[in-house]
Design a protein around this ligand. Structure first.
Ligand SMILES: [Mg+2]
Length: 374
């Protein structure tokens, strides 16, 4: 009989990328160690100012489940849903995502198999991958276009941009046109609107950019507003993406029932866990909706979990990478994936296949916490 002996969490510092292009958000990492010495890594998604709150939930949840022996991802799923009592919230779901991910990592190590081979027998060898080009600062169309070309040369098969950031609708449409001129029409170009407050902005932009054939049209309104999402979907031919800040199965079931999306992008570290992600993938498949796990997280633990999930199911879309986060993530993590010719392929290591140098991680940590369980 085994039990979880130790719970450790790290919140990393926020910092600028080395080339000054963007700010790297703080990451929340979790390591569970069981009584047989197996270690599992997980990661929690966070929005600003909530990191310590999420860590608090992780430690409280694990303490309250310390009586559960031989805990598996499935058992944790059942127990944590009982504790959630039907009300999850994104922060609770980020905490359960991290815990479940580390339990999956332990399962893989116990079975000496990579996670994707545990999740499915019908797995793919590699999955299409795209790069999100994000910066907090204003970048003009020329800056953005050259960044897109530079990034594509690193092997990505598609690009996502935020055309409305610091731009009017007309300027945003012009930006998309300028980038299409540079990229051509063979490269998938995703547009992320990041939830404008006025849905008329989204509708106007949709009509102006349809001719530039964006691959998808992400968050034209917050995913909670399912009726507004459906309204936009009915008025445009663009493929609507939603779900990155949503959690809990009910939301996704309701959205599918309304026919309000073409693609879901629940966050791999925020939706609640890999089990819910799989349930969403299966339910979506029945409605011909695809799933592209969102990954605004580190490019180590969470990115690996995302690739394992994408490899396990055929109705997953392109995997999301933040190229700006990779050099920083590799300061304390091994690189267990290769990005080449538009695809990402993961190494055949046990579990998530991630090794973290905790000494190096600690150098970039603003808050470390440890709970011994008995
Ligand atoms: Mg987004």
């Amino acid at each position: 009989m085994t039990f979880i002996r130790k719970v450790e969490t790290w919140i990393t510092n926020s910092k600028q990328t080395e080339d000054g292009w963007s700010q790297i958000k703080p990451f929340i990492f979790l390591k569970l160690t069981n009584s047989d010495g197996f270690e599992g890594w997980g990661e929690a998604f966070s929005l600003p100012a909530r990191e310590k709150g999420i860590v608090e939930i992780i430690h409280n949840l694990m303490s309250s489940l310390s009586h559960v022996k031989d805990i598996t991802p499935d058992r944790f799923y059942t127990e944590s849903n009982l504790i959630a009592d039907g009300h999850r919230g994104i922060d609770f779901s980020a905490a359960t995502s991290a815990i479940e991910m580390s339990l999956w990592d332990i399962e893989g190590k116990k079975e000496k198999k990579p996670l994707y081979k545990i999740l499915s027998k019908d797995y793919r060898e590699k999955v299409p991958v795209y790069a999100t080009i994000w910066s907090e600062d204003f970048k003009n169309d020329e800056n953005l276009s050259s960044r897109c070309i530079e990034t594509l040369s690193d092997g990505y098969g598609g690009i996502k941009i935020y055309p409305l950031q610091n731009r009017t609708v007309e300027q945003a449409a012009k930006c998309v046109s300028n980038i299409r001129d540079v990229l051509g029409y063979k490269i998938p170009l995703m547009l992320d609107l990041a939830c404008p407050k006025d849905t008329n902005i989204s509708l106007k932009l949709a009509s102006l950019v349809e001719e530039f054939r964006p691959y998808w049209f992400e968050e034209p309104v917050d995913g909670e507003s399912t009726r507004a999402l459906k309204d936009i979907r009915e008025k445009t031919s663009l493929r609507i993406v939603s779900g990155e800040k949503q959690c809990g199965l009910n939301h996704f079931i309701e959205t599918l029932a309304l026919d309000a999306v073409d693609i879901f992008n629940p966050d791999i570290s925020g939706v609640g866990g890999i089990i819910d992600m799989i349930k969403i993938i299966k339910l979506s498949h029945e409605k011909k909706v695809t799933v592209s796990p969102h990954c605004w997280n580190s490019m180590s633990i969470a990115a690996s979990a995302m690739v394992h999930v994408c490899m396990s199911f055929t109705n997953t879309e392109m995997a999301e990478f933040f190229p700006e986060y990779i050099p920083y993530s590799l300061k304390f993590s091994n690189q267990n994936y290769e990005i080449k010719d538009g695809f990402v392929k993961i190494e055949d290591n046990e579990g998530l296949g991630i090794n973290i140098d905790t000494k190096l991680l600690m150098e970039d940590t603003s808050s470390y916490r440890e709970t011994e369980l008995t």
